[in-house]
Design a protein around this ligand. Sequence first.
Ligand SMILES: [Zn+2]
Length: 385
Amino acid sequence: MREHVDAARVVELASALIAVDTSNPPGDEAKLGGILKDALGPWRPAWAEVEPAPGRLSLIARVAPSGGTGRPTLIVNGHTDVVPAVASNWAHDPFCPSVEGDRLYGRGAADMKGGLAAAICALDALRAAGQEPSCDLVFQLVADEERGGALGTRALLEAGHLKGDACLVPEPTSLAVSVAERGLLQGRVRVRGRPAHGSRPREGVSAVEHAARVVLALHGADFGGPEHPLLGKPTANVGTLRAGTTVNVVAERAELGFDRRLLPGTSLEEALAGLRSRIDAAGVEGLDYDIEVDDFGEGSEMSPAHPFARLVRQAVGAVTGQEPATVGMTFTTDARFLRNQAGIPAVVCGPGDIAQAHGTDEWASISQLVDATAAYAELYRSFGA
Ligand SMILES: [Zn+2]
């Protein structure tokens, strides 16, 4: 299949997508609508649009070459937003894509405009090979993944668009097959003390002292439970700490910001209870605190032995000559909406190294973009065949 991929076209489409700045915030993904409609236009898809806020456009394109005669549906879900880039830190212009050797540079090259281009160009590769998809394909080109998906895949879910038999998410995994993701809970523990003169520290209650004990209770703590074979154990990082007003006052307030990573199946309530039990187990006398939640996304997984995971491994292996690794990811993607809320098996597998995602001078390997294009073509051909 690889020989049927038009590498120049993949790079051209990825570059066209990168050149449109869809940094989120503000996103403004509608700016990409024209390019995406042109790219998929030759396949004469049935289009649907979801735009829950001005400019926050998600496009849905159903490609049904045989006119849709009860064939299985494969969803390809990919996000069109990117994280912002501080151009002054880049040696390359983040929104003026450039090619150097085997590398395509630009914001989104790896995460995940390169993957989108590969998923679309796979249709051309398949046709060049004289074949057609064995399934109906639904491209969900969604907004807002980088900020949790409320205005993207979640909006599609609420509008009833998450329907299909399986889902491919072309996020960067270096073409490894990811079937599981940790969830996250980010928030702040706010600790209250009682002020006193700094010369008499034991006459007050120091929020700094209590916050320090809370940090020791949480940071790097073992939250118990068995280790997940792909995701390890749940974790907590205390990333920020703000406390006190001045040196000669016993601190009245402290606030520590935490980032918990969770295993699939852990609810928000359970995650909070886990935090509280660790804090309470520290036995800090007179500790007065509450927890403010800033962000929560549940973990998700599907069986590595699921036939769809096997099919994706075969498609990648057919192109690279090597069965790809089956992995879990330490962070969340939109795959969780498919797996958890829609009950659809979703595999994350795409070109580009996750180490490049969100970084400066982000790049994707062009040969891997071509591999991905060929692997997706294999998948479109074999799914439902
Ligand atoms: Zn991404």
